[in-house]
Design a protein around this ligand. Sequence first.
Ligand code: TA6
Length: 288
Amino acid sequence: MSDPTDLEIPGHVTLAQGEGGLPKVVVETAWSNAEIYLHGAHVTGFQKKGEPPLLFMSAASEFAPGKPIRGGIPVIFPWFGAREGSPAHGSARITAWELKETALLPNGAVELRFSLPGAEGCHVEFLVTVAESLTLELAVENTGDRDSAFETCLHTYFQISGIDAVSITGLAGTRYQDKVAGTTETETAAAIRISGEVDRVYFDTTATTEIEDPGYGRKIRIAKSSSNSTVVWNPWIAKSKRMPDFGDDEYPQMVCVESGNVAQNQTTLPPGGHAVMKVEISSMRLLS
Ligand code: TA6
C-alpha cells in the first residue's frame, strides 16, 4: 500500500483531516486555493487570491459517511434527482473516492485525479485542475457488455453577494422544466433574476452561462463541453427551512448553476464507450 502522502506536493498539495474527520486535499496555486474532500470527490472550496470565495458552502453541512456535503460541487452520478428507495442524486456524492494522482503542471496549475470505486459496469474518474480558473472533468467508461444509460451533473453552488443583486445570462430561448410550477416553459429573459424558489432544468443547451454579481463586482463564467443540460436552483425561504443541512438564512448568498446531462439529455454508452463532461469555472471583474 503506497503512502498517501506520496501524493503530496510541497507548497501545492497537502492531505489533511477535514470536517468530521474526513480526509481532504488542500491545494495552493499562484492564483488560487482549493479544497477537495475524498468523500464524493467533493470540491468544497475554490477562491482566487483577492476575491470572495467562488463556491458557497453551508455552515450547516454534514460531513459524514453516507451523507451528502451541502455546497461546493456535488458530483451527481449515475442518476439526477430523487429515486424511490435510493439516495437522491445518486451514490457517487456519498462514496469515498480514491485520489489516484496529483501533478504540478509546468504552467503552475495543480491537477488531481480521483477514481470512483465500485461503480458497477463502468469506470468513473474525476479530474480537477486548479489554476486561475477551476476545471472539472467527469469521465465515464462503459466496461460492461451492454449499453449503459446514466445521468451526470456537477451540481455547483456559487457564492454570491445577494440573490437580489445577481442575474444569470446565456439561457434565453431555451426550453426548461419548471419543477416548482410543474410546467415546461421557454426562457424569455436574457438575464434571469431570482425573486422566489427557482428549480429549472434547461434542456438541449451547451451554452456558456454567466452569473453577473454587481455586489461583488464580478462575473462568474461557467463554460462547458459535452453537457446538454443546465440546472438553475435557489431554494428560497420555505425549502431552506425544510433542509436541516442548510441554514434558514443562507439562500440569499447562493445560487446553483449546474452542468450535466439529465432526463432526456441522459448519456447512453455502448460497451467500451467513453464520455467526458467538462466544466470550466472562471471569474472576472464586472465592468460597471
Ligand atoms: O438541482 C436542483 C435539485 O434537484 C433541487 O430539486 C433540490 O432537491 C436540490 O437539487 C438539492 O438536492 P439535495 O438532494 O442535495 O438536497
